[in-house]
Design a protein around this ligand. Structure first.
Ligand SMILES: Cc1cc2nc3c(=O)[nH]c(=O)nc-3n(C[C@H](O)[C@H](O)[C@H](O)COP(=O)(O)OP(=O)(O)OC[C@H]3O[C@@H](n4cnc5c(N)ncnc54)[C@H](O)[C@@H]3O)c2cc1C
Length: 368
């Protein structure tokens, strides 16, 4: 069966806070965006609506004085994007061709041409894959198991309670140190007998009186019920094989994040970890017409409000990019927003005041 062909001015990948905010802005600008997001898949940890779909209370998103449930917040984002005419397609983008514009995106059933592309495919927290870790009802995710201390640490369920942090790198030290502000005690469980974290983070963690380390140990299972939340973890000493039930009220998995950028590998500039690089104070990538917003380009803040902020920026950047594309006249000549004429053979640009500029790389001298 042949694939359905679509051609759109703005295509957005991802329906988390970044993608949906980009959709709201570009739909209101009459750009008729198409937003593509992966379907729900328990194994791949994907849910339309992004990472906030796997959490409960969101207390730090501005505008909700009493807090809001993550999934409810994403329903509101989506309704707002729908209201202005965003088109939604629930499927995986499984191949992209970004060498020339319009860009081509492939799904199992579609070939989509995009004049501009906003990448908002987010990042995924790395998980251990142990029993009890998955989202409720399969596990206790969202009910005492989290991968984000900044997001969930201040919640009442964790205050003045013993908490476990899993990991030994910078992320784990940051999360554990942060959690000591709220918890009665924080236990860092690490597979080795020394940390991978930077010296400065280690020093800070070792000086913290509320932090304790459990070395050479793995968390094998998270225990509890959705009603009671987390009640403990089953630990296994990797040297002696000895097992123990360790009581705690919350588990924070802090073994790192992975940006969802496999799809773009080799085509777009990323940092060493795979986060897409954007230029200066914008969402522009190294490919003109491709913009990146949200966690996929942010290894530092990783919050819903920052993702939404850069989603807005990406929509405005895409809108400006489209506005500045030359318009083709019946004569074959093209006219830009600035009133410059480009000759049909693309050899010369004629400025509004009549100057003629060669339209070739390396020949910048006016030739009138
Ligand atoms: C447990 C947890 C709790 C959190 N709590 C809070 C909180 O309280 N407050 C807060 O501010 N932040 C919180 N965060 C962080 C917040 O969720 C993220 O910063 C935010 O969701 C990032 O938004 P995003 O739009 O960049 O990406 P995401 O929300 O990650 O969305 C990206 C979307 O793109 C889709 N996608 C990826 N690849 C493809 C593809 N190839 N084809 C189609 N679709 C694709 C994904 O399936 C996903 O739906 C929490 C995170 C977690 C994990």
């Amino acid at each position: 069966m042949s694939k359905q062909r679509l051609h759109r001015n703005v295509v957005i990948i991802g329906s988390g806070p970044a993608g949906l905010t980009a959709a709201i802005y570009s739909a209101r600008a009459n750009l008729k965006p198409l937003l593509v997001d992966a379907p729900a898949d328990a194994e791949k940890h994907t849910v339309p609506g992004g990472q906030l779909m796997i959490t409960t209370d969101v207390e730090n998103y501005p505008g909700f004085a009493e807090g809001i449930q993550g999934p409810d917040l994403m329903v509101e984002f989506r309704k707002q994007a729908e209201r202005f005419g965003t088109e939604f397609l629930e499927t995986w983008i499984d191949k992209v061709e970004l060498q020339e514009r319009p860009f081509t995106l492939h799904t199992s059933d579609h070939e989509i041409k995009a004049e501009t592309l906003i990448i908002a495919s987010g990042a995924s927290a790395k998980w251990l894959g142990i029993p009890g870790e998955a989202k409720v009802p399969a596990g206790l995710g969202g009910h005492g198991v989290s991968a984000c201390a900044t997001c969930d640490g201040p919640l009442p369920a964790f205050r003045n309670k013993p908490l476990v942090v899993v990991g030994g790198g910078d992320t784990a030290m940051e999360e554990a140190t942060f959690l000591t502000r709220y918890a009665s005690r924080v236990f860092v469980v690490h597979r080795r007998n020394k940390l991978r974290a930077s010296k400065i983070m280690q020093d800070k963690a070792f000086r913290n009186q509320k932090l304790e380390f459990i070395w050479d140990t793995a968390v094998e299972e998270i225990l509890g019920t959705p009603a009671d939340g987390v009640t403990g973890v089953r630990l296994s000493n990797l040297k002696t094989g000895q097992q123990q039930i360790f009581p705690c009220s919350g588990v924070f998995i802090a073994i790192g994040h992975k940006p969802n950028t496999e799809l773009f590998k080799g085509q777009i500039e990323t940092d060493d970890v795979g986060y897409i690089k954007t230029s200066g104070h914008s969402t522009a990538t190294n490919i003109p017409g491709v913009f990146a917003s949200g966690d996929v380009q942010d290894s530092v803040y990783r919050q819903a409000v920052t993702a939404a902020g850069t989603g807005c920026m990406a929509a405005l950047d895409a809108e400006r990019f489209l506005d500045h594309l030359p318009v083709m006249m019946p004569s074959g000549e093209e006219i830009t927003m600035e009133g410059e004429h480009i000759t049909p053979d693309h050899e010369v640009i004629i400025t509004p005041d009549g100057h003629m500029i060669p339209n070739k790389i390396g020949s910048a001298t006016p030739r009138d």
